[in-house]
Design a protein around this ligand. Structure first.
Ligand code: VG1
Ligand code: CO
Length: 544
């Protein structure tokens, strides 16, 4: 096993987006593409030398190949030990937990999350720091800068390692340990939630639920936790076998992509509880019978009810939400008298707040929620939180949320995505809005007066780092908002995201249909941003 140095050339545009570097598999297959990025991680993250690294992915196409490449490079770059999930599998939250539990210096997560998988679909790579969380912008920027200058990478002349059996082996001077991807994570969940109460809920035989793993990484985790440890009937977990192409679907837990599950929750025979997670296991969708819990509401309900969950019984210190997430959680934080933070999109911005003990819970509108138990959002954690809540309150999902609205008011919320639009047209649309911004405050948009309009910039309260250009925010009187931003996870053209929110205090008006309630704002937003003229699209591709 000889170390070797391979001469290489930079690839333009290896800049990580909202959550790591995501490209088509075909791009990652170009000779040197993955290797360059991995070498840039080792070149810039010096503490990995002589240290421990965790590696795992969501099992999508190219996962195994990429892991073997990374192992050879790690060995040639002086990493002392790599922990890798069996079969190359680690959900994103389980990877975060493994980094923290083993005191590793970092981790490499292989996933394109909710994007489709397969030879013609997407792949991704992300570096997580020693706190278990996605690297902060300073680190991702340093890695990117290195990729643009790189001229050689180190690897080892060696064959593939067996990743399918637990145990230790050696690659050159580096130790490799294949670890159980599920056990530690399942144990952690057992420390946070009242498993006894949830077991009781299932044992009663009345309560019916399904968890849709969407043929992605959470299948084995959900079977172990929900069926084996909590005693839900076999078959509670659907699509539970991870497939390299996720069965040809988008492993994206929302009303558009999890239709099979949505249908099972409808009507008088509908399930009491339906839940789903995404490709890498960090997202969640929560459904009751004929009831969809928006992720923004889910965060607010969790914050308001955290004291009912053993892991949070002593109360929560604060909450954070990404900027486009609805302001429902803010109202709970205000009433509890705890800290409340608005961060840019992407989990990396929660890391400092969690590390500094300023927040306990955080979430995003994009079906992500989590807590200080790891440093990633966590799909199954959210599902177990809701199960624990249902067991504790003995009420339906819908009743719990409607009760929440009565207490706090309802934030109607929707996101409209225009996918794969022309990148220049999308950039032009954002520029157009930026030009308008300074003229908007104090004027009227339809029936609404504009209270503020800005391009969101964030100063991290812990380390004072500054992030600019994080999306256009237009706040309207009465708590309504319009938010526009471009996705940082797509692999084709640009994706425009339009986020809309309005606030309704009157319980008599809480039962309106969401799109209808937001219709006036939808019109204003389309008009203001000239969406149809500029993108050629009359309708969004996905509404969540
Ligand atoms: C999207 C979501 C964002 C999320 C990110 C990663 O980013 O909007 O909230 O953090 O995906 O999610 P964007 O830039 O496309 O809007 V996932 O489940 O990678 O890890
Ligand atoms: Co994900």
């Amino acid at each position: 096993m000889e170390p070797k140095v391979v001469v290489t050339q930079p690839f333009p545009g290896q800049r990580p987006g909202t959550s790591g570097l995501r490209k088509k598999v075909k791009v990652f297959q170009e000779p040197g593409y993955l290797e360059n990025f991995v070498q840039a991680i080792f070149d810039t993250q010096k503490e990995l030398g002589g240290g421990v690294l965790v590696v795992g992915g969501d099992g999508r196409y190219y996962n195994r190949t990429a892991i073997q490449t990374i192992l050879r490079q790690a060995a040639a770059n002086g990493i002392a030990k790599v922990l890798v999930g069996r079969g190359g599998i680690l959900s994103t939250p389980a990877c975060s937990h493994a980094i923290r539990k083993h005191g590793a210096q970092g981790g490499i997560v292989l996933s394109a999350s909710h994007n489709p998988g397969g030879p013609d679909e997407d792949f991704g790579i992300k570096f997580n720091a020693a706190n278990g969380g996605p690297a902060p912008e300073s680190v991702t920027e340093a890695i990117y800068q290195r990729t643009q200058k790189i001229d050689r990478y180190r690897t080892l002349e060696a064959g593939d390692l067996d990743l399918d059996h637990l145990g230790a082996s050696q690659l050159g001077k580096m130790a490799v340990q294949v670890i159980d991807p599920v056990a530690d994570y399942a144990d952690l969940m057992g420390t946070l939630f009242d498993f006894e109460a949830i077991r009781h809920l299932f044992a009663g035989g009345q309560f019916r639920m399904k968890f849709d793993a969407m043929s992605a990484v959470t299948g084995p985790y959900a079977v172990e936790i929900i069926e084996n440890r909590l005693g839900a009937p076999p078959g509670t977990v659907m699509n539970g076998t991870p497939l390299e192409d996720f069965g040809g679907h988008h492993p994206d837990p929302n009303l558009a992509h999890a239709q099979e599950l949505v249908a099972l929750c409808q009507g008088t025979e509908g399930l009491d509880f339906g839940a789903a997670s995404d490709g890498d296991g960090d997202r969640n969708m929560i459904l009751g019978r004929d009831f969809f819990v928006t992720p923004s509401d889910s965060l607010a309900v969790m914050a308001a009810n955290a004291h009912l969950i053993p892991g949070y019984a002593e109360g929560i210190v604060g909450v954070a939400r990404s900027m486009p997430t609805s302001q429902a959680a803010d109202r709970v934080a205000e009433r509890l008298g705890i800290g409340c933070y608005e961060t840019p999109t992407g989990w990396k911005f929660f890391g400092n707040l969690l590390d500094a003990g300023r927040i306990t819970l955080c979430g995003e509108e994009s079906f992500g929620s989590g807590s200080d138990h790891v440093r990633e959002k966590d799909g199954l954690w959210a599902v177990l939180f809701w199960l624990n809540l249902l067991a504790a309150r003995q009420e339906s999902v819908g009743d719990i949320v409607r009760d929440h609205w009565r207490r706090y008011g309802r934030n109607f919320y929707t996101r409209h995505d225009y996918e794969a639009v022309d990148a220049q047209a999308a950039a032009g649309l954002m520029d157009h809005l930026r030009v308008l911004l300074p003229t908007l405050t104090g004027t009227r948009l339809g029936a609404y007066k504009v209270s503020y309009a800005d391009d969101f910039a964030y100063i991290d309260p812990v380390d004072a780092s500054r992030s600019e250009g994080q999306g256009i925010r237009i706040g309207l009187e009465g708590g309504s908002r319009l938010v526009f931003r471009l996705s940082g996870t797509g692999t084709q053209g640009a994706t425009l995201r339009l986020y809309l929110e309005s606030y309704e205090a009157d319980p008599a008006r809480h039962d309106q249909e969401t799109q209808a309630a937001l219709a006036p704002l939808i019109l204003i937003a389309n008009d203001l941003a000239q969406i149809q003229e500029r993108t050629g699209r009359a309708q969004p591709d996905v509404i969540t």
